[in-house]
Design a protein around this ligand. Structure first.
Ligand code: ADP
Ligand code: MG
Length: 684
């Protein structure tokens, strides 16, 4: 059986060299590859419709008799139509095939066939164009495979069928124990493989899918747990002193319980002989910077250096400013490294890092440059992790010898997914906001209310508060920056015709140089600007407590998570804050998104909703996370299965982390195979 699965596909009846080459293009080399090339959808040929009752505009399957042989009509070079008439005994229907000589030649007058396609009604007569035609015994639920030129779904289905016929009983060793299958009501692997290709009913298909999805997620979880275990190498950076209490004494506020817990988690890691690898996840405003600062403080007091990398210059400069402030009462100096600095400034930072006289540096990607060396790098922090690739994180760590790593993310991820996405990280959650925060009131209005919105802003600005207007996003990617600039400038100009013209209005957009942006942000923070018109560059991290109103134009263009991030720029001080979403879009999806925003301020709830509305593609679809691509599981639809698989994988991992029990050989092989894709065999 194992041996049969490993055979090249030429072994399957009907596969010669030419066809094998086509299969190779689909990544199918062996019999096993072929059997795990799962259909990506199905056509339901099991429910037959009469011609007259066929749903208009939808595909369906009709059983009918060919009343004559197809007649050829040569329309022009390269276009030949074949027309014939069929009847289901009650109504007639005209069938047209385009250039399909092969299908036309197979039709015999007087015979019954199944026609799968869309029935259309034109001038009181029924028509079907280019249906898929099959003999009457060819009904049921038919698999549709990913195709490639020269290899259509029918050919693939025939080959899969021939491959399945090579096996009489078991196809592949069972990877899930009987006990586990019983608990979760899962069918056997071999049955599932047969049924996923050629299901006898919808129920059979459901059962097959459930089994295979469970298995895939279970295997993924096991691999991730292994990766996590393995990343625990030795490190020389073992702290002997926890200086958190000393750090707290420097702060003008006391830490929240959540901040204290996250710091304690980190300090346990830092005092072990394994490198910390921890994600601190917290909603906007939950105080991640203070946590990072506290962790840096202990690391530095123990004689090591720390580096923090942020995705944008604005954010790096702001972290630099807030860390400098937090460490005001201590002798810790905070260095900065961003590309817009002068050569001399950079050189000073580089030297001080290399000789160890500077113990803390904040920067952008500039930190990754070869010229940056550390005397004793003990801790690497990356902020807003979703903007860094795994490789970039690793590049910074490589500047030390297995330093501790802390990742901060303001994208709250539903707990169920956190383990999955940050598979190799431990997670601490800041699920508590600093006291005294006023909830942000959020309203969604149409563009017809814009005048009123401006008057409303006026009310706030007139009593000394500040505000943001996030101007329309432009979708065109290529000229994005140019358009962004135009949109922002145009908006800025239009505001001069409104009651808001009397205020000091600033403009911030992506085309500005780092130093220019910085100047605008500084001026805004210093209240030299009352109202900041901006594109989404303010999205991350910007912290101005006196800003209490935010207007988001074209709110429909933003994803939930992004709107939430933007909104987090207000509500950071003692004043009650408001966010107004302006949009005319009326699709259900948009309405639902805007409604979610008006109903909750909780980033985790919003993330769950985002996941439901958009699917996990954003989190999961890209390879940035270095995770394997899943063949069947859809995390949006299969969230519940994911949870079950997670629990089971963890239980198994705790019993037998190396999967060394001989009965686990099949699942162990699957983990190795899944992770081979990402160059990690997951089992080392
Ligand atoms: P995040 O990065 O998580 O969005 P920040 O670290 O920027 O949040 O913190 C937001 C604001 O809250 C900052 O002004 C910070 O000084 C303040 N802050 C942080 N922790 C506390 C606390 N425990 N009590 C009061 N204010 C806090
Ligand atoms: Mg932050």
């Amino acid at each position: 059986m194992q041996e049969l699965l490993a055979r090249p596909i030429q072994f399957v009846k009907g596969v010669g060299e030419k066809r094998a080459a086509l299969f190779h293009r689909l990544g199918v080399h062996t019999v096993h590859d072929l059997l795990t090339l799962f259909p990506h959808r199905y056509e339901d040929w099991s429910q037959l419709c009469s011609i007259a009752s066929a749903p208009l505009g939808e595909t369906c399957c009709v059983r009918a008799t060919a009343l004559g042989k197809p007649v050829e009509h040569r329309i022009r070079k390269g276009l030949t139509l074949y027309k014939f008439t069929v009847s289901d005994g009650i109504s007639g229907m005209h069938v047209t095939l385009f250039n399909n000589k092969y299908a036309a030649a197979s039709i015999r007058a007087g015979e019954d066939y199944l026609f799968f396609g869309t029935v259309e009604q034109r001038f009181h007569r029924f028509e079907m164009s280019s249906p898929t035609i099959a003999p009457v015994q060819g009904g049921g639920i038919r698999p549709i495979y990913p195709q490639t030129a020269g290899l259509n779904t029918a050919a693939i289905a025939r080959t899969v069928k021939a491959a399945l016929a090579l096996f009489d009983g078991e196809i592949e060793a069972e990877a899930l124990s009987e006990d586990l299958r019983r608990r979760h009501d899962l069918i056997g692997r071999s049955d599932a493989i047969r049924a996923i290709h050629f299901p006898s009913s919808h129920r059979a298909l459901e059962a097959a899918r459930k089994r295979l999805v469970f298995e895939e997620l279970f295997v993924l979880q096991l691999g991730l747990l292994r990766l996590k275990g393995r990343s625990r190498r030795q490190t020389a950076v073992t702290l002997t002193r926890d200086c958190t209490a000393e750090f707290e004494a420097l702060l003008p506020f006391s830490l929240t319980g959540a901040q204290r817990r996250a710091m304690a988690d980190c300090l346990i890691d830092l005092q072990s002989d394994r490198p910390m690898n921890r994600l601190v996840q917290g909603d906007v405003g939950s105080g991640k910077t203070a946590v990072a600062a506290g962790v840096c403080y202990s690391v530095i007091r123990n004689g090591w250096q720390a580096a923090m990398m942020a995705p944008t210059e604005i954010l790096a400069r702001q972290h630099h400013a807030s860390l400098t402030k937090l460490f005001e009462g201590s002798d810790i100096r905070v260095g900065l490294l961003v590309s817009s600095m002068t050569a001399a400034e950079k050189r000073a930072t580089l030297c001080a890092l290399a000789d160890g006289s500077l113990s803390l540096v904040v920067g952008t990607h500039a930190l990754l440059s070869d010229r940056v060396t550390f005397a004793a790098l003990g801790l690497v922090i990356t902020d807003e992790q979703h903007r860094f690739g795994v490789g970039q994180r690793a590049a910074l760590s490589a500047k030390g010898r297995d330093p501790h790593r802390l990742v901060m993310s303001a994208t709250p991820i539903p707990r169920t997914l956190a383990l999955m996405i940050y598979g190799d990280l431990d997670v601490s959650v800041l699920d508590e906001l600093p006291p005294g925060r006023q909830p942000i009131e959020t309203y969604a209005v149409g563009t017809d209310k814009r005048e009123r919105v401006y008057r409303y802003i006026d009310k706030f600005l007139s009593v000394g508060r500040q505000g943001y207007i996030v101007c329309p996003l432009i979708e065109d990617d290529e000229e994005n920056e140019q358009n962004e600039l135009m949109a922002a400038e145009e908006y800025y100009a239009r505001l001069q015709q409104t009651p808001l013209a009397k205020y000091r209005i600033g403009l911030l957009h992506g085309r500005m140089k780092g130093a220019q942006k910085d100047e605008v942000m500084r001026a805004f923070a210093a209240h030299e600007i009352d109202l900041l018109v901006s594109t989404t560059v303010i999205e991350v991290g910007v912290d101005v407590p006196n800003a209490v109103i935010m207007v988001i134009e074209n709110a429909e263009r933003f994803g939930l998570a992004q709107m939430h991030q933007l909104r987090g720029r207000v509500g950071r001080g003692k004043h009650a804050s408001t966010c107004i979403l302006i949009s005319d879009a009326r699709t259900d999806e948009t309405r639902r998104r805007l409604k979610v925003m008006t109903q909750t301020n909780d980033g985790f709830v919003i993330a769950e909703e985002d996941l439901k509305l958009r699917g996990p593609g954003d989190f999961f679809g890209n390879r940035q996370h270095g995770l394997p691509v899943l063949a069947l599981a859809d995390l949006k639809a299969d969230l519940q299965v994911l949870q079950q698989a997670q629990t089971e994988a963890l239980a198994l991992y705790e019993r037998d982390p190396f999967l060394s029990d001989p009965t686990l050989a099949p699942v162990k092989a699957m983990v190795a195979r899944l992770f081979a894709q990402v160059g990690e065999d997951g089992m080392n």
